[in-house]
Design a protein around this ligand. Sequence first.
Ligand SMILES: NC(=O)c1ccc[n+]([C@@H]2O[C@H](COP(=O)([O-])OP(=O)(O)OC[C@H]3O[C@@H](n4cnc5c(N)ncnc54)[C@H](OP(=O)(O)O)[C@@H]3O)[C@@H](O)[C@H]2O)c1
Length: 264
Amino acid sequence: MDLGLKGKVALVTGGSKGIGKAVARGLAEEGAKVAVCARDKATLEAAAQDIARATGAEVFAAAGDLTRPADVQHIVDATAARFARIDILVNNAGAAPGGEILDLTEEDWQKAIQLKFMGYVRCIKAVIPHMLKQGGGRIVNIVGNDGVKPIGIELSPSAANAADLAVTVALAEQYGRRNICVNAINPGPVATERWDQLIGGIARLRKISVDEAQKRAERSIPLGRICTPEEVANVAVFVASGRASFMNGALITLDGGQRKALLD
Ligand SMILES: NC(=O)c1ccc[n+]([C@@H]2O[C@H](COP(=O)([O-])OP(=O)(O)OC[C@H]3O[C@@H](n4cnc5c(N)ncnc54)[C@H](OP(=O)(O)O)[C@@H]3O)[C@@H](O)[C@H]2O)c1
Protein backbone atom coordinates (compact mmCIF):
# COMPACT_ATOMS: atom_id res chain seq x y z
CA MET A 1 0.00 0.00 0.00
CA ASP A 2 1.40 3.38 -0.97
CA LEU A 3 0.85 5.69 1.99
CA GLY A 4 1.32 8.79 -0.12
CA LEU A 5 4.05 10.16 2.13
CA LYS A 6 6.66 10.78 -0.56
CA GLY A 7 7.90 14.38 -0.37
CA LYS A 8 5.83 15.20 2.74
CA VAL A 9 7.62 17.06 5.53
CA ALA A 10 7.33 15.73 9.08
CA LEU A 11 8.58 17.07 12.41
CA VAL A 12 9.00 14.37 15.06
CA THR A 13 9.70 15.56 18.59
CA GLY A 14 11.91 13.37 20.76
CA GLY A 15 13.18 11.78 17.55
CA SER A 16 16.61 10.83 18.92
CA LYS A 17 15.54 7.68 20.79
CA GLY A 18 12.82 5.16 21.48
CA ILE A 19 9.40 5.66 19.92
CA GLY A 20 10.27 9.01 18.30
CA LYS A 21 13.30 7.61 16.50
CA ALA A 22 11.26 4.63 15.25
CA VAL A 23 8.50 6.97 14.00
CA ALA A 24 11.03 9.25 12.27
CA ARG A 25 12.59 6.23 10.59
CA GLY A 26 9.20 4.85 9.58
CA LEU A 27 8.23 8.17 7.95
CA ALA A 28 11.63 8.40 6.23
CA GLU A 29 11.22 4.84 4.87
CA GLU A 30 7.96 5.99 3.26
CA GLY A 31 9.77 8.84 1.49
CA ALA A 32 9.01 11.74 3.86
CA LYS A 33 11.56 14.43 4.68
CA VAL A 34 11.97 14.40 8.42
CA ALA A 35 13.04 16.89 11.07
CA VAL A 36 13.82 15.51 14.52
CA CYS A 37 14.32 17.39 17.76
CA ALA A 38 15.58 16.56 21.27
CA ARG A 39 17.80 18.27 23.86
CA ASP A 40 21.03 16.30 23.51
CA LYS A 41 22.58 17.52 20.25
CA ALA A 42 25.15 14.73 19.82
CA THR A 43 22.62 11.89 20.26
CA LEU A 44 20.14 13.72 18.04
CA GLU A 45 22.63 14.24 15.22
CA ALA A 46 23.77 10.61 15.45
CA ALA A 47 20.12 9.46 15.21
CA ALA A 48 19.49 11.74 12.20
CA GLN A 49 22.56 10.29 10.46
CA ASP A 50 21.46 6.71 11.26
CA ILE A 51 18.01 7.32 9.77
CA ALA A 52 19.37 9.12 6.70
CA ARG A 53 21.89 6.34 6.07
CA ALA A 54 19.32 3.58 6.47
CA THR A 55 16.58 5.18 4.36
CA GLY A 56 18.26 7.63 1.97
CA ALA A 57 15.85 10.33 3.21
CA GLU A 58 16.69 13.92 4.07
CA VAL A 59 16.79 14.15 7.87
CA PHE A 60 17.29 17.44 9.68
CA ALA A 61 18.30 17.68 13.35
CA ALA A 62 17.14 20.73 15.32
CA ALA A 63 18.17 20.56 18.97
CA GLY A 64 16.11 22.25 21.65
CA ASP A 65 14.17 21.89 24.87
CA LEU A 66 10.40 21.80 24.40
CA THR A 67 9.80 23.15 27.90
CA ARG A 68 11.15 26.46 26.54
CA PRO A 69 8.74 28.36 24.25
CA ALA A 70 11.61 30.07 22.38
CA ASP A 71 13.22 26.68 21.58
CA VAL A 72 9.93 25.35 20.21
CA GLN A 73 9.55 28.34 17.91
CA HIS A 74 13.17 27.99 16.80
CA ILE A 75 12.74 24.26 15.99
CA VAL A 76 9.57 24.89 13.97
CA ASP A 77 11.06 27.93 12.17
CA ALA A 78 14.25 26.01 11.34
CA THR A 79 12.24 23.05 10.00
CA ALA A 80 10.10 25.33 7.81
CA ALA A 81 13.22 27.18 6.62
CA ARG A 82 14.91 23.90 5.69
CA PHE A 83 11.99 22.17 3.97
CA ALA A 84 9.68 25.12 3.08
CA ARG A 85 6.61 23.46 4.66
CA ILE A 86 5.45 21.24 7.52
CA ASP A 87 2.81 18.63 6.67
CA ILE A 88 3.02 16.42 9.74
CA LEU A 89 3.75 16.98 13.41
CA VAL A 90 4.34 13.95 15.62
CA ASN A 91 4.26 15.13 19.23
CA ASN A 92 6.22 12.50 21.11
CA ALA A 93 8.87 14.01 23.43
CA GLY A 94 7.42 13.45 26.85
CA ALA A 95 8.09 12.28 30.36
CA ALA A 96 6.47 12.99 33.69
CA PRO A 97 7.60 12.02 37.18
CA GLY A 98 5.88 8.90 38.53
CA GLY A 99 4.69 8.55 42.10
CA GLU A 100 1.63 8.73 44.30
CA ILE A 101 -0.21 11.88 45.37
CA LEU A 102 1.54 12.14 48.76
CA ASP A 103 4.99 11.84 47.15
CA LEU A 104 4.54 14.25 44.26
CA THR A 105 5.85 17.75 44.86
CA GLU A 106 4.63 20.99 43.31
CA GLU A 107 7.78 20.84 41.15
CA ASP A 108 6.97 17.29 39.95
CA TRP A 109 3.54 18.45 38.76
CA GLN A 110 5.06 21.45 37.01
CA LYS A 111 7.58 19.15 35.26
CA ALA A 112 4.78 16.85 34.05
CA ILE A 113 2.74 19.73 32.70
CA GLN A 114 5.65 21.66 31.17
CA LEU A 115 6.77 18.84 28.87
CA LYS A 116 4.07 16.23 28.36
CA PHE A 117 1.24 18.76 28.16
CA MET A 118 2.57 22.24 27.37
CA GLY A 119 5.35 20.84 25.14
CA TYR A 120 2.60 19.29 22.95
CA VAL A 121 0.47 22.46 23.05
CA ARG A 122 3.44 24.69 22.10
CA CYS A 123 4.41 22.53 19.12
CA ILE A 124 0.82 22.38 17.88
CA LYS A 125 0.45 26.16 18.18
CA ALA A 126 3.69 26.72 16.26
CA VAL A 127 2.90 24.34 13.35
CA ILE A 128 -0.77 25.23 12.79
CA PRO A 129 -0.03 28.52 10.94
CA HIS A 130 2.13 26.54 8.46
CA MET A 131 -0.59 23.93 7.98
CA LEU A 132 -3.28 26.59 7.50
CA LYS A 133 -1.14 28.32 4.89
CA GLN A 134 -0.64 25.00 3.04
CA GLY A 135 -4.32 24.05 3.23
CA GLY A 136 -3.98 21.16 5.68
CA GLY A 137 -1.83 18.89 7.76
CA ARG A 138 -1.75 16.03 10.26
CA ILE A 139 -0.96 16.07 13.94
CA VAL A 140 -0.29 12.79 15.72
CA ASN A 141 0.03 12.93 19.50
CA ILE A 142 1.80 9.98 21.12
CA VAL A 143 0.12 10.00 24.51
CA GLY A 144 -0.28 6.88 26.72
CA ASN A 145 -3.00 4.49 27.87
CA ASP A 146 -2.90 5.84 31.44
CA GLY A 147 -4.62 8.95 30.03
CA VAL A 148 -7.78 6.82 29.82
CA LYS A 149 -6.84 4.11 32.35
CA PRO A 150 -5.30 6.29 35.07
CA ILE A 151 -3.41 4.76 37.98
CA GLY A 152 -2.42 6.08 41.41
CA ILE A 153 1.28 5.30 41.13
CA GLU A 154 1.56 7.14 37.80
CA LEU A 155 -0.61 10.09 38.71
CA SER A 156 1.12 13.02 37.01
CA PRO A 157 1.67 11.18 33.67
CA SER A 158 -1.97 9.99 33.77
CA ALA A 159 -3.21 13.56 34.30
CA ALA A 160 -0.92 15.14 31.67
CA ASN A 161 -1.96 12.44 29.20
CA ALA A 162 -5.66 13.00 29.87
CA ALA A 163 -5.11 16.71 29.16
CA ASP A 164 -3.35 15.85 25.86
CA LEU A 165 -6.34 13.71 24.87
CA ALA A 166 -8.75 16.58 25.61
CA VAL A 167 -6.67 18.89 23.39
CA THR A 168 -6.61 16.24 20.64
CA VAL A 169 -10.39 15.93 20.54
CA ALA A 170 -11.06 19.67 20.81
CA LEU A 171 -8.58 20.60 18.06
CA ALA A 172 -9.83 17.81 15.81
CA GLU A 173 -13.24 19.45 15.91
CA GLN A 174 -11.90 22.98 15.46
CA TYR A 175 -9.36 22.31 12.70
CA GLY A 176 -10.95 19.37 10.88
CA ARG A 177 -12.84 22.05 9.00
CA ARG A 178 -9.50 23.39 7.80
CA ASN A 179 -8.22 19.96 6.72
CA ILE A 180 -5.92 19.54 9.72
CA CYS A 181 -6.54 16.13 11.30
CA VAL A 182 -5.54 15.66 14.93
CA ASN A 183 -5.32 12.16 16.42
CA ALA A 184 -3.73 10.47 19.42
CA ILE A 185 -2.13 7.08 19.97
CA ASN A 186 -2.22 5.60 23.48
CA PRO A 187 0.49 2.99 23.89
CA GLY A 188 0.80 0.76 26.93
CA PRO A 189 4.33 -0.28 27.97
CA VAL A 190 6.88 0.09 25.14
CA ALA A 191 10.47 -1.22 25.27
CA THR A 192 12.51 2.01 25.38
CA GLU A 193 14.99 3.69 27.75
CA ARG A 194 12.06 5.41 29.41
CA TRP A 195 10.37 2.07 30.10
CA ASP A 196 13.59 0.75 31.70
CA GLN A 197 13.55 3.72 34.09
CA LEU A 198 9.84 3.33 34.74
CA ILE A 199 9.97 -0.38 35.54
CA GLY A 200 13.02 0.20 37.80
CA GLY A 201 10.99 2.80 39.74
CA ILE A 202 7.97 0.50 39.99
CA ALA A 203 10.15 -2.36 41.26
CA ARG A 204 11.52 -0.08 43.99
CA LEU A 205 8.05 1.14 44.95
CA ARG A 206 6.65 -2.41 45.08
CA LYS A 207 9.82 -3.73 46.80
CA ILE A 208 10.23 -6.45 44.16
CA SER A 209 13.01 -7.19 41.66
CA VAL A 210 13.05 -5.51 38.24
CA ASP A 211 12.64 -8.99 36.71
CA GLU A 212 9.51 -9.63 38.74
CA ALA A 213 8.12 -6.17 37.89
CA GLN A 214 8.77 -6.84 34.19
CA LYS A 215 7.03 -10.25 34.40
CA ARG A 216 3.99 -8.66 36.07
CA ALA A 217 3.85 -5.99 33.36
CA GLU A 218 3.96 -8.70 30.69
CA ARG A 219 1.26 -10.73 32.48
CA SER A 220 -0.99 -7.64 32.56
CA ILE A 221 -1.06 -7.65 28.74
CA PRO A 222 -3.13 -10.38 27.05
CA LEU A 223 -0.53 -10.58 24.26
CA GLY A 224 2.01 -11.56 26.95
CA ARG A 225 4.70 -9.03 26.08
CA ILE A 226 5.27 -5.30 25.92
CA CYS A 227 5.15 -3.32 22.68
CA THR A 228 8.16 -2.42 20.49
CA PRO A 229 8.85 1.16 19.32
CA GLU A 230 8.41 -0.07 15.72
CA GLU A 231 4.88 -1.29 16.51
CA VAL A 232 3.99 2.23 17.68
CA ALA A 233 5.71 3.68 14.60
CA ASN A 234 3.69 1.46 12.23
CA VAL A 235 0.45 2.95 13.57
CA ALA A 236 1.78 6.53 13.77
CA VAL A 237 3.05 6.46 10.16
CA PHE A 238 -0.34 5.26 8.93
CA VAL A 239 -2.23 7.88 10.98
CA ALA A 240 0.11 10.59 9.61
CA SER A 241 -0.55 9.46 6.05
CA GLY A 242 -3.17 10.35 3.47
CA ARG A 243 -4.49 6.77 3.81
CA ALA A 244 -5.99 7.74 7.18
CA SER A 245 -7.98 10.41 5.37
CA PHE A 246 -11.17 10.17 7.47
CA MET A 247 -9.43 9.72 10.81
CA ASN A 248 -9.80 12.80 13.01
CA GLY A 249 -10.15 13.08 16.79
CA ALA A 250 -9.37 9.38 17.20
CA LEU A 251 -7.85 8.19 20.48
CA ILE A 252 -6.19 4.96 19.37
CA THR A 253 -5.53 2.32 22.01
CA LEU A 254 -2.30 0.42 21.38
CA ASP A 255 -1.74 -1.60 24.52
CA GLY A 256 -2.21 -5.25 23.53
CA GLY A 257 -5.56 -5.32 25.34
CA GLN A 258 -4.18 -4.34 28.75
CA ARG A 259 -7.20 -3.73 31.03
CA LYS A 260 -5.40 -1.32 33.32
CA ALA A 261 -2.27 0.76 32.66
CA LEU A 262 0.79 -0.97 34.11
CA LEU A 263 0.17 -3.50 36.88
CA ASP A 264 -1.00 -4.10 40.42
N1 LIG B 1 7.90 3.81 26.71
C1 LIG B 1 6.66 3.61 27.16
O1 LIG B 1 6.37 2.60 27.84
C2 LIG B 1 5.57 4.60 26.83
C3 LIG B 1 4.23 4.22 27.06
C4 LIG B 1 3.21 5.11 26.76
C5 LIG B 1 3.51 6.37 26.27
N2 LIG B 1 4.82 6.71 26.06
C6 LIG B 1 5.09 8.06 25.56
O2 LIG B 1 5.80 7.97 24.34
C7 LIG B 1 6.68 9.09 24.22
C8 LIG B 1 8.09 8.60 23.92
O3 LIG B 1 8.50 7.74 24.94
P1 LIG B 1 9.87 6.90 24.88
O4 LIG B 1 9.68 5.78 25.80
O5 LIG B 1 10.27 6.68 23.47
O6 LIG B 1 10.86 7.96 25.57
P2 LIG B 1 12.49 8.03 25.58
O7 LIG B 1 13.07 6.74 25.09
O8 LIG B 1 12.83 8.51 26.94
O9 LIG B 1 12.79 9.18 24.51
C9 LIG B 1 12.35 10.47 24.78
C10 LIG B 1 12.76 11.39 23.68
O10 LIG B 1 12.29 12.73 23.99
C11 LIG B 1 13.41 13.63 24.07
N3 LIG B 1 13.13 14.63 25.12
C12 LIG B 1 12.98 14.41 26.44
N4 LIG B 1 12.77 15.57 27.08
C13 LIG B 1 12.78 16.55 26.13
C14 LIG B 1 12.64 17.97 26.16
N5 LIG B 1 12.44 18.63 27.32
N6 LIG B 1 12.72 18.66 25.00
C15 LIG B 1 12.94 18.00 23.83
N7 LIG B 1 13.08 16.67 23.74
C16 LIG B 1 13.01 15.95 24.89
C17 LIG B 1 14.59 12.70 24.41
O11 LIG B 1 15.86 13.26 24.05
P3 LIG B 1 16.70 14.22 25.08
O12 LIG B 1 16.67 13.52 26.41
O13 LIG B 1 18.06 14.34 24.47
O14 LIG B 1 15.97 15.53 25.11
C18 LIG B 1 14.27 11.51 23.52
O15 LIG B 1 14.57 11.79 22.17
C19 LIG B 1 6.56 9.88 25.53
O16 LIG B 1 5.69 10.96 25.36
C20 LIG B 1 5.99 8.87 26.50
O17 LIG B 1 5.24 9.46 27.53
C21 LIG B 1 5.85 5.87 26.32
